[in-house]
Design a protein around this ligand. Structure first.
Ligand code: HEC
Ligand code: HEC
Length: 210
């Protein structure tokens, strides 16, 4: 089941395609400077990486190497996405580092839960895990405040719908680019209700910023 709001995504892609057709061909090929590339990303992720579309991830404040690795994985097909797989062929590999560093350097905007009651249940899962089904505490890898590290991505303040979708994708194996399948092992032990609850809580974390 995909939770992506197709109408909204299609509208964005439609606008994008229009923009690209208007672009001189030379600019659509080879590496282009960051300032010329950013408008393509900003349409979906926000100019400052704080995507307001819930299905699109915030990129602000994520580790630069993590971001570059995701772009490489979209390019090679190791990470699949109906949206990013269509975007990434337009971007030269040489641009990945600058894009990763730019979004990593942007200040993350605070996130918010859609359902505060569920978020309270999610806090327990995040901090303690789920004993009965051997789900480890998320905080063990992503830190108590969700700030993450170079190895384990920042999750603090991330959009609820995006986090739900990623956890479902790890659970089904649709996303399998995580090192040693660590995240798949976690998500496979969770049911959809637990996934929703923990995603709500993740959105309320600040990563120690605010
Ligand atoms: C049409 C909308 C759209 C455009 C344009 C777009 N993205 Fe994305 N991006 C998405 C969506 C949706 C996802 C989630 C993919 C998934 O389902 O796993 C995503 C995921 C990502 C991720 C993974 C983030 C994470 O937390 O793992 C990175 C990095 C990324 N995009 C960078 C970019 C960059 C850089 C550009 C510009 C060159 C760009 N995107 C353009 C929609 C878009
Ligand atoms: C054993 C370590 C570990 C534990 C425990 C763990 N994670 Fe992860 N998590 C990872 C790794 C590794 C990745 C993938 C990194 C990559 O793709 O390079 C990841 C990725 C993620 C992502 C995707 C981030 C993005 O921007 O796309 C989310 C969301 C996430 N984890 C949430 C959670 C939640 C919620 C829990 C608790 C239920 C949890 N994780 C427990 C290691 C862990």
């Amino acid at each position: 089941m995909r939770l992506v709001n197709r109408c909204r995504c299609l509208a964005v892609v439609g606008t994008l395609a229009g923009g690209l057709l208007a672009m001189p061909l030379a600019q659509a090929q080879g590496a282009v400077p960051l300032a010329e590339r950013l408008p393509l990303c900003a349409g979906c992720h926000g100019q400052d990486g704080n995507s307001v579309v819930p299905e699109n991830p915030k990129l602000s404040g994520l580790d630069a190497e993590y971001l570059v690795r995701q772009l490489e994985d979209f390019k090679s097909g190791k990470r699949k996405s109906p949206i990013m797989s269509g975007i990434i062929p337009m971007v030269d590999d040489k641009e990945f580092k600058a894009l990763g560093e730019y979004f990593s350097g942007q200040k993350p905007a605070p996130g918010k839960a859609v359902d505060a009651k569920l978020a309270a249940q999610g806090k327990e899962i995040f901090d303690e895990g789920i004993v009965g089904t051997a789900v480890p505490a998320c905080s063990g890898c992503h830190n108590d405040d969700g700030s993450g590290s170079e190895k384990y991505p920042r999750v603090a303040g991330q959009n609820v719908a995006y986090v739900v979708q990623q956890l479902l994708n790890f659970k089904s194996g649709e996303r399998a680019n995580d090192s040693k399948a660590l995240m798949q092992a976690v998500a496979k032990r969770m049911n959809e209700k637990e996934i929703r609850a923990v995603a709500e809580y993740v959105a309320t974390l600040t990563g120690g910023e605010q």
